[in-house]
Each structure stands twice: as structure tokens, then as C-alpha cells.
Design a protein around this ligand. Structure first.
Ligand code: ADP
Ligand code: MG
Length: 682
């Protein structure tokens, strides 16, 4: 048996059970051994029956003193038995587990662990776990695994036990020995053994420390290794500042904010230096990142090189293309739009022109990185709304010309610590200021009873010349989720019952041409109310729109709500965001509340992390990385620093993990990253 053996090699696992495990991501023995308990139950203390407290979880050692009975209660089979020890008696009940009757024998002494309740004048244990006394682990620190339905603690435990019993020849310590020694890490065997079945809390602590270290370390080494692969390039092109810059800035109807100026200066210097730029620009929605991108393109092209701007959606590509054409064409810059819907023939033409240098700037979706596309002299690659791209896509683009400067723009505020981990030595610029005169978007959270009032409000806004977005979570109505608003049917309803206005809908399943058509009519103020899914979430810029109405707001995360809200408040008019929800869920209510209180994306991202709960505290998933199972960036900051240091030491010795002694580490890293095609790093 090896780490990679299917769990079906364990006894008691057939196809069906294997499928249940697959749902929690466990397919191999290795997966099972790293399926760590979510918490532990201390069963070392046995409570006497006369000392149990109602509402508490207790372990008692008691004898079965009645023949177990199955009684039918309101259609549910209840198994009931009376238990006693020297101090008193208590009843134990199991629901819908009629087989329990045969598991219990009169006169037998067992350990029972369960929650105490008091019902019908009786002390009861509800569905207690029981273990025959005499079994070693009956009074121990017990693992509680994360479960899905049909997977019981008993099943998972019996299998982890089995896997552990054969694990000595399966477990390979993949952390290099010098790191293990320097950072006082527990051995791998010990770690895996004790994290599942700790002998005591001291051992558990040692095991957990090692696992936390391991998780940080694997991530770090993996990211650094990739970075090394990507930055196997030293000297780039020198792209000097150009005279046209001044004229370009003068044609704008505004002057740059101080923050924009600072960030642009950093980029300008990067481009002019011999090194290769590798810079991330973070700026909240509406902070004016596009203009920075265009300035970068101008400088690049006027130095005789080409630029590429890659965006995640066709809608956004089109919009950027139009804006860029308007502002850059006067400088004799030749642009092309390259998106999926461009005909094959036209694509080929664009390919040719990029290769010959007849096109200076290409703007597009991932079509930009399709095979067969090559540039004459690519000098700058920009990706906008960076978090939507996977590393594969970006590395592919960088490989088009490995000397090209890289600029990455994102509105997703990444908490500082996380940014440092994910991006390591990547330079970060922050646009921490919105253009002046931008009014705070007034945000309200209301329930459905406000619909009519809101419709009237939208009518008033439209009469004043403005426009509105209405966001729904669904494209079409479904029977299963009839409480959710759907774009298609809702538009029909609004059209026939509510608004006597030009109204249209937009969603991801429409043809690109249709989408573009609707968006440009909305941008031209021909459509007054646009009912849409979250396809408008990223980057759409229609400054005349002032109302963002979000139906079923409970269905959206904070980051998403903030992005959606960013579609309004982009012009000089007062704008409004109205969140509609009937949800009584506590976390939802907190989210709605913070939305009404804050317009600050960074603050929202911090709150988002704290509301997300232990499952994804780190927010890695949002960034396309696999989650840590045990590590927590807030609680384990010290270990994180150590792991980061250790990763540096490892990579310094073996930048591409080619040493035989790092073979297992390399394998582990590949495993760790295998499901994360979309992870973000450079
Ligand atoms: P984002 O950072 O979200 O990509 P955009 O680049 O789309 O923001 O800019 C949002 C709007 O603000 C655009 O209409 C843009 O023309 C405008 N804008 C950008 N910079 C300034 C500025 N310094 N002063 C006023 N308006 C600006
Ligand atoms: Mg943008």
C-alpha cells in the first residue's frame, strides 16, 4: 500500500463508500491520512451518572440494564435502553438507527458518550456513541472529523485507524531534514499518528504545529518555485518616458488624482529601467485604473514596442477597446480587439498584423493567448481584474515574450499579509483615493415590501435622465428556487406591470453580439433599466447609471456586492445601491449592515474574511488557491514567518527542486497545486 493507493484498498471500502469519500476530497490513502479531525472530544474523564449536567457532553461507563427496545414514535424508529452505574441510572436513545438494538447486550458494560437532556421526567443521553469497555481507546482524546451525510464518525475513524496501522511504510517525510531540525518540527509519522489519535494535548500541539508549518511551507515553496520559472529572465527593454504623455494627459477631461500620479510614476520608472517590471496595481472600483493602463501602453508603443491588455470578459474587452481607441488613436496607435466572437478570418488577420507589427496594441479576452499568436515586439502585458485569471493563462502570455513587462490590475483588495504571501517580491502599487467630487453611494438594505417604493424611485431617476441596474441571481426561473428572482421572467414582469420605459436584460448565456448590442444601447442611454446577472460585475462603466438594485442580495458575497455597487457612482450624479433581502440569517444581516455603513473595499474585504468562518478564513479559495486544512493566518503568524524563512532557504539551495533529496517535496507541491489551475501568483 502506498500514499497514492485508492482508499478502496482498505477493507470495508467499496465503490459506494469510496464515492462518499470522494465528495469530501478523499480518494487515496494519503488523502485519508491528511483528512484531519476538525476538533477533538476529551473522553478521558468519565462522569458518574449522578453528576451529569443537562446540556453537556459526557462520557459515562455504564451497564445495559434493560433489553433494548425499538419503539415507533411519529413514524420514526427509536431505540431505547436503560443504563446504570454505581451512582444511578440514565436512558439512552437512538433515532432511526434500529440496528442499535442488536449492538447492545443486556448486562454488558460500555462507555457511552453523548449529550445529556431531560425529557418526560427522565435523564437521557441522545444518540450516544458507545464503545465496549476494555477497548484501549475508549477513554481517549477522540477525533471528530468533518462529515457529510452518510459518512459517520465511526466509518471515518475505523478507516483512519486502519490506514494508520499500515502507514509506517506509506509516510515519507517530504520536509528536508535540515529544515525539520532547524525549526524543531515533529517527525512525520508521529505527526500523522498524533493528529488523528493524540495521546495527550502536548503531542497534539506538536503535531498541529508541524501540519501548520507544512501547509504554509508547501504553499510558499511552490509559489517561489513558480516565480523562479517565470523570472528566468534578467534584462528587459528600456521604455523611456515619451513626449506624447503630456498631450495625452491634456486631452483628458480631468487631471489625475495624487494617487494615480504616484502609481503612474512608479510604473513609468519601472518601464524606463532595465529590469523587467512585475507590478500589481490595487485600486478600489472606480479609482481610475484604466487610464494608468493606457498611459503604460502609450509609453510602450511610442518606444516602438507592442502592448497587450487582457481582461476576463468580452464585455469588458469591448469597453476597454472603445475607450482605448478614443484616447490612443489620436496618437497614431493601431489597436485591435481580439475576442472569442471575432470570426476566424479576422482573427487570422489580426494574428498576422501582430506578427508583422502593424498592430500596436491588442485588447482582448483569453483569445489573446491562443496558440499561434505571436508578437513582433511585445513590451508590456497588462491584465485587468487580475483575480479572474489563472496563473496558467498569465504564464502563457508572459511566455509570448519573456522580456515583456507585466502589469496586473485588480479591484479586489487583498489584505496586506495575504498579498505578501501570494505575491512575494512582486511590487505593489495602491491607488488609495477616488477621483474628486465622487459622491458616496448611498446604500440601503430593505425587505421585499419596499418593491413598489423602489420602482417609483427608479422612475423618478429615469425622468431626471439617469439609468438603473437591477441584478438578479438567476437567469431563468426554476421550480426548486422559486424565491429567487430571474432575469428573464423578472424583465417580462417589470415591462408589463411596472415600467413604461425601455428595458432589457443581460446574462452570460446570451450570444456575445447580443450582449454587446445591449450594453452599447445601455451606454448610449437608449435602455433605461438593465436587468442583469452578475455579468456586469466586472468593470462595466456607464457613468450615467445611478441606481444599483440588487434582488436576493443574500445570494451574493461582500466582495461581489461591492463590485456590483461600483457600477454606479461613476459620474457626477448622486448614486444609490439598494439591497433587497428577506433573509433572517445572521451573517447575511451583518453583511448587509456593513454594506450600508462602508464604501471602503479594503475594510469590506477584512470583514468578509472574518465573516467567512473557519472554513475559509484565509480567503485562499477566493484567490484560487487550495485551502489550508489546519493553518490559520491570523492565529499562526509566527509559524507563517518561520515557514516563509524555511521556504527561502529551501529554494536558495535548490531553485527548481531538482535535487534527489527534494523529490518528495516536489511531489507534494504538485499534489497541493493539482486542483488549482486558477491560483494567482507570478
Ligand atoms: P476602475 O479603477 O474601476 O477600473 P475606471 O478606470 O473605469 O475605474 O475609472 C472610473 C471612472 O472614473 C471612469 O469614467 C474614468 O474616466 C474616471 N476617472 C478616472 N480617473 C479620473 C480622475 N482622476 N478624475 C476624474 N475622473 C476619473
Ligand atoms: Mg477597471
Amino acid at each position: 500500500m502506498s500514499w497514492d493507493s485508492s482508499i478502496e484498498t482498505l477493507s470495508g471500502v467499496g465503490k459506494q463508500r469510496a464515492n462518499l469519500f470522494k465528495r469530501v476530497g478523499v480518494e487515496t490513502v494519503g488523502d485519508l491520512l491528511t483528512y484531519y479531525p476538525r476538533e477533538y472530544e476529551d473522553r478521558r474523564n468519565v462522569t458518574q451518572i449522578n453528576e451529569v449536567t443537562i446540556g453537556e457532553l459526557v462520557t459515562i461507563k455504564a451497564t445495559v440494564c434493560t433489553i433494548p427496545q425499538n419503539i415507533k414514535k411519529r413514524g420514526l424508529m427509536v431505540t431505547k435502553v436503560k443504563l446504570k452505574d454505581a451512582t444511578g441510572f440514565i436512558f439512552a436513545l437512538w433515532f432511526g438507527q434500529s440496528y442499535m438494538k442488536n449492538n447492545l447486550k443486556l448486562g454488558e458494560e460500555n462507555y457511552f458518550t453523548g449529550k445529556v437532556s431531560f425529557k418526560y421526567g427522565q435523564m437521557q443521553l441522545q444518540s450516544p456513541d458507545f464503545i465496549k469497555s476494555g477497548q484501549v481507546e475508549s477513554t481517549a482524546i477522540y477525533p471528530l472529523y468533518p462529515l457529510t451525510n452518510k459518512l459517520s464518525q465511526k466509518i471515518v475513524r475505523s478507516l483512519t485507524k486502519q490506514a494508520l496501522s499500515v502507514s509506517s511504510n506509506v509516510l515519507v517525510d517530504f520536509i528536508p531534514e535540515f529544515i525539520r531540525e532547524k525549526y524543531h518540527l515533529a517527525a512525520y509519522n508521529f505527526t500523522i499518528d498524533q493528529i488523528h489519535y493524540p495521546d495527550n494535548y502536548e503531542n497534539l500541539e506538536l503535531a498541529r504545529k508541524r501540519v501548520v508549518f507544512e501547509e504554509f511551507y508547501t504553499l510558499q515553496v511552490g509559489l517561489m518555485q513558480i516565480k523562479n520559472i517565470l523570472s528566468n529572465k534578467k534584462e528587459g527593454f528600456i521604455l523611456n518616458p515619451v513626449d506624447e504623455e503630456m498631450r495625452f494627459l491634456q486631452t483628458l477631461p480631468f487631471s489625475l488624482t495624487k494617487a494615480q500620479n504616484n502609481v503612474w510614476k512608479e510604473i513609468k520608472d519601472d518601464l524606463a529601467s532595465k529590469g523587467i517590471m512585475n507590478r500589481l496595481v490595487q485600486g478600489d472600483v472606480g479609482s481610475g485604473k484604466t487610464i494608468i493602463a493606457l498611459l503604460g501602453l502609450l509609453q510602450t508603443v511610442k518606444n516602438g514596442y507592442q502592448g497587450a491588455l487582457m481582461v476576463p470578459t468580452e464585455v469588458l474587452a469591448k469597453q476597454h477597446y472603445e475607450e482605448a481607441t478614443k484616447l490612443l488613436e489620436p496618437f497614431n496607435i493601431r489597436l485591435a480587439l481580439l475576442v472569442g466572437s471575432v470570426t476566424k478570418k479576422n482573427k487570422e488577420k489580426i494574428y498576422e498584423q501582430l506578427e508583422s507589427g502593424e498592430i500596436d496594441v491588442v485588447i482582448g479576452t483569453h483569445a489573446v493567448i491562443q496558440e499561434g499568436l505571436s508578437f513582433k515586439a511585445l513590451g508590456l502585458v497588462i491584465t485587468d481584474e487580475q483575480h479572474r485569471f489563472g496563473v496558467r493563462q498569465r504564464t502563457a502570455l508572459a511566455e509570448k515574450n519573456n522580456k515583456a513587462n507585466i502589469l496586473v490590475m485588480t479591484a479586489t483588495p487583498i489584505p496586506r499579509t495575504l498579498a505578501l504571501i501570494l505575491y512575494g517580491d512582486l511590487d505593489i502599487s495602491i491607488i488609495d483615493e477616488l477621483p474628486p467630487g465622487r459622491q458616496v453611494i448611498k446604500t440601503y438594505s430593505v425587505n421585499k415590501s419596499y418593491h413598489q417604493r423602489i420602482y417609483s424611485f427608479i422612475r423618478e431617476q429615469v425622468e431626471e435622465g439617469r439609468q438603473a441596474y437591477i441584478i438578479c441571481p438567476m437567469v431563468e426561473e426554476s421550480d426548486e428556487q422559486s424565491d429567487l428572482k430571474a432575469v428573464v421572467q423578472y424583465t417580462e414582469y417589470l415591462q408589463s406591470e411596472v415600467f413604461d420605459l425601455p428595458i432589457a436584460y443581460l446574462h452570460g448565456k446570451q450570444k456575445a453580439k447580443e450582449k454587446n448590442d445591449i450594453l452599447s444601447r445601455f451606454a448610449n442611454n437608449e435602455i433605461k433599466v438593465l436587468v442583469s446577472t452578475t455579468v456586469v460585475e466586472v468593470g462595466v462603466n456607464v457613468p450615467n447609471a445611478t441606481v444599483m438594485l440588487i434582488e436576493n442580495a443574500e445570494r451574493f458575497g461582500l466582495a461581489q456586492l461591492h463590485q456590483l455597487r461600483g457600477r454606479v457612482g461613476r459620474g457626477r450624479h448622486q448614486s444609490y445601491c439598494i439591497l433587497i433581502t428577506d433573509s433572517k440569517n445572521e451573517v447575511t444581516n451583518k453583511r448587509m449592515k456593513i454594506m450600508t455603513e462602508s464604501n471602503d473595499g479594503f475594510r469590506l474585504s477584512e470583514v468578509d474574511l472574518s465573516l467567512r468562518g473557519p472554513g475559509d478564513v484565509f480567503g485562499l479559495k477566493q484567490h484560487g488557491l487550495p485551502n489550508f486544512k489546519v493553518a490559520n493566518i491570523y492565529e499562526n503568524m509566527d509559524i507563517l514567518k518561520e515557514a516563509q524563512q524555511a521556504a527561502k532557504e529551501t529554494i536558495k539551495l535548490d531553485p527548481h527542486l531538482e535535487l534527489e533529496s527534494n523529490k518528495d517535496l516536489k511531489k507534494r507541491i504538485e499534489m497541493y497545486f493539482k486542483d488549482s489551475e486558477n491560483y494567482v501568483t507570478l
